[in-house]
Design a protein around this ligand. Structure first.
Ligand code: DX5
Ligand code: ZN
Length: 218
């Protein structure tokens, strides 16, 4: 029997066709995506470069969908305000960034957006603890950040279980290597949001891809 989960699906535009981004975004939203995941990389915190606030602003102009900005940048404090001003709804910063994370979170919230904290696969869940009262999202990386299309690391799901057991009240998102075969484990661990790049944009029928991620083997 197949059960359909209420987990939110957040396609990562990292795997979209950037030359046709508006059409790509409309396609996944019409296909049932709940929000859009925007991977911001600075070529310093991670060995890859993507885009910044101007692209967020352009997307804000064509959709009311929640824009979930995942900042893989070394100096989030310096830039979070410009992402909020560009129209980001959620802005998440890595605890590993060599910066004042509490200040970044405060600035995001002061701008009226939801602040999130991100943990790399090898970062213990305890590192999130000082911030849990102030963030509405904990993003658990299930690959090392920088690139789409990597293999899911199942051990990180223990962090999801710990957060749930400890009564964390915000949403928990999982990011990296989510596909039809790995999604059931994440759903079972209790995630609220699943980020998926390759598994959605890599398929021609995005609605079918999103449905497949939500359907977990019961
Ligand atoms: C990795 C990014 C992910 C990535 C996911 O640094 O944070 O959001 O786009 O891509 P897939 O789903 O292909 O692993
Ligand atoms: Zn991401």
């Amino acid at each position: 029997m197949t059960a359909v989960s209420t987990v939110k699906i957040a396609p990562s535009i990292l795997s979209a066709d950037f030359a046709n981004l508006e059409a790509e975004v409309r396609d996944v939203l019409n296909g049932g995506a709940d929000l859009l995941h925007l991977d911001v990389m600075d070529g310093h915190f991670v060995p890859n470069i993507t885009f910044g606030p101007p692209l967020v602003k352009s997307l804000r102009g064509v959709t009311d969908a929640v824009l979930d900005c995942h900042l893989m940048i070394s100096e989030p404090t310096k830039y979070v305000e410009s992402f909020v001003k560009a129209g980001a709804d959620w802005v998440s910063v890595h605890v590993e960034a060599p910066d004042d994370i509490a200040a970044a979170i405060e600035t995001i919230r002061a701008g009226g957006a939801r602040a999130g904290i991100v943990l790399n696969p090898d970062t213990p869940v305890e590192k999130a603890e000082p911030y849990l009262d102030d963030v509405g999202l904990v993003l658990i990386m299930s690959v090392f950040p920088g690139f789409g299309g990597q293999s899911f690391i199942p051990e990180v799901l223990d962090k999801v279980r710990v957060l749930k057991t400890n009564g964390y009240g915000g949403e928990i998102s999982i990011d990296g290597g989510i596909a039809e075969d790995t999604a059931p484990q994440a759903i079972d661990a209790g995630v609220d949001v699943m980020v998926a790049g390759t598994a959605v944009f890599g398929r021609d029928d995005r609605a079918a891809a999103i449905r497949a991620l939500r359907s977990s083997a019961a």
